[in-house]
Each structure stands twice: as C-alpha cells, then as structure tokens.
Design a protein around this ligand. Structure first.
Ligand SMILES: [Mn+2]
Length: 281
C-alpha cells in the first residue's frame, strides 16, 4: 500500500498464492487488485514498456508450457515464477525437473521468483527472498534488484537491515571481545557450533547473560554432529508442496488412530476436489 504510492507495483501469482495445484484463478494476491497503482498477473501475458517485449510468466507448474511461452515469442525480458533447470533449490540440491530456459537463445534477461536462494547464471537471475527466513538462507546475501530495461543493466543492493541466520563456531566467539560479540549477535538468529566433546561443558545461559545488552533475535547451540544430521535431513526434504499435500501432512501430525486418519484424508480429498471444481465468480 505504501509502496504503491511511490511507484507502480506489479504482482505475479506464485504457487503458494494459489488454492489449486496449478490453476491460478483462485489466489490470494487478488486482494491487492483494487489498490491504485497495483497490477496483478494471474496468466502469462506479453507486455511492453514501449521499447522492449516482456513476458510476464506467473506459476504454471508445467515446464514444457513455460518453455513454449518463452520460445514462441521473440522476447527481450522475462519475469517468471518457476523452477529453472540448472539452478539449485534452497536445500542446495540441483533442479533437474524445471524449465530449460538457459538453452533458449535470445533472452536478454530473465528474473524469477519461486526459489528463495538468490542465484545468478549468465542473464538468468533468481532474485531470492528479500530477507532471510530460515537456516537454509545462511550465507546467501539477500537484497533488492533494480533493473533498467533500456540499458539491460541490473544493480543489486544488499539488504543490510533485516536479521540474518548465521552459524558461528564457538572458537571464533571465544576470541571476541564482548563488544564485538554483541555486534555479531545483534538483530540476528545465531547458532553457536559447539564441538561435540564440549557440548555438555558450554553453559549457554551464562553466555547469554553476558550479552544482556545485546538485542539479539535468538541464540542457540548446536553440536557439530547435529549439523551433519540436519544437513542430510534437508537434502531428503521435498522443497515445494501444494496445499493438498500440506493438509495431508498436518493430518498425519495429528497422530490419531489409523482409521481416523484415513477418514480425515478421504474428507480432505473430497473437500479439495469440490473446491477445485467450483466455479469462481
Ligand atoms: Mn514459489
């Protein structure tokens, strides 16, 4: 709202803004549609600034279709929300099942959302989330891109304001003065990596007491071994889930008896199917 008073805002639907798995007709960003100076895009569309041909490509979830939209139009720029083959998921696994945009010739620049990890390859850019949201963001610098289509130049400005997630070895901290330590922990989420052999000796409570004047977000300790376990957990995790799958997972978490779980899932499925079929006015 405040932003739209400064400059025109353009939204494109992503997979987490939609109710159904692929169809974007029921989405949450529609709520912003009536704000002056705000445009939302629910379907792929060609737009222009008078000089360049620009494809706006909201979430489709079908890599072939996405590739065709890009191939079939002689484009300058693309703004997308999708998996792009050759890049990495937030958990660092390679994206194999994704649109092969990097093979398509002639795109001057492509910006995409979807993956939160900021990454660039040639003229293809995942802008990333604007700030850290979880531990997998550790060491991924977030920020804002400003793009000038006339010159095909972009400038990245790091976000040095928002809290970040970080991991700091205990040895490093022990070398710091209290003032230096306060500065590092200030406003951030920090894991102190404690060597396994010292895990029972390090007194976190006492340590945090020392930092009482430091306005930190969170300080936790992790053993070296725990980090290894966690990393392999992340590797096995599936990155993107649709609402149906998320609902099913939370049903599982209720830990009812098998019979009840099965009933809930059947109900969930029926409800979801109905909702998906229903016409939206
Ligand atoms: Mn997404």
């Amino acid at each position: 709202m405040e932003l739209s008073e400064i400059l025109p805002i353009h939204f494109i639907t992503g997979n987490h803004d939609i109710y159904k798995k692929y169809d974007t007709d029921v989405n949450s960003i529609v709520a912003f549609k009536y704000i002056p100076n705000v445009t939302i895009y629910e379907k792929p569309i060609l737009v222009t600034n008078g000089k360049s041909k620009i494809l706006v490509l909201p979430w489709i979830g079908d890599q072939e279709l996405e590739e065709n939209y890009v191939k079939d139009n002689d484009l300058d720029y693309v703004f997308a929300h999708t998996n792009i083959a050759g890049f990495k998921y937030d958990n660092n696994r390679h994206i194999h099942k994704g649109a092969r945009f990097t093979d398509i010739k002639g795109i001057k620049k492509l910006f995409s959302g979807h993956i939160h990890k900021r990454q660039e390859f040639q003229q293809f850019i995942y802008i990333g989330s604007p700030y850290h949201t979880k531990r997998s963001d550790i060491s991924n610098q977030k920020g804002v891109y400003v793009f000038n289509p006339d010159k095909n130049k972009h400038v990245f400005t790091p976000n040095t304001f928002s809290p970040t997630f970080q991991r700091i070895p205990l040895e490093t901290i022990l070398e710091l003065t209290l003032k230096e330590a306060s500065k590092i922990f200030h406003n951030n989420y920090s894991d102190i990596i404690v060597p396994n052999k010292y895990i029972h000796l390090f007194n976190l409570t006492k340590f945090i007491d020392l930092l009482e004047d430091c306005d930190y977000k969170k300080i936790e300790t992790v053993g070296e071994r725990k980090i290894e376990d966690e990393l392999s957990d992340v590797m096995d995790g599936v990155d993107i889930k649709d609402i149906l799958t998320l609902l099913e997972m939370s049903i599982d978490e209720l830990a009812h008896h098998m019979k009840v779980l099965v009933k809930l899932k059947v109900l969930n499925n029926i409800y979801y199917e109905r909702a998906s079929k229903e016409e939206v006015e």
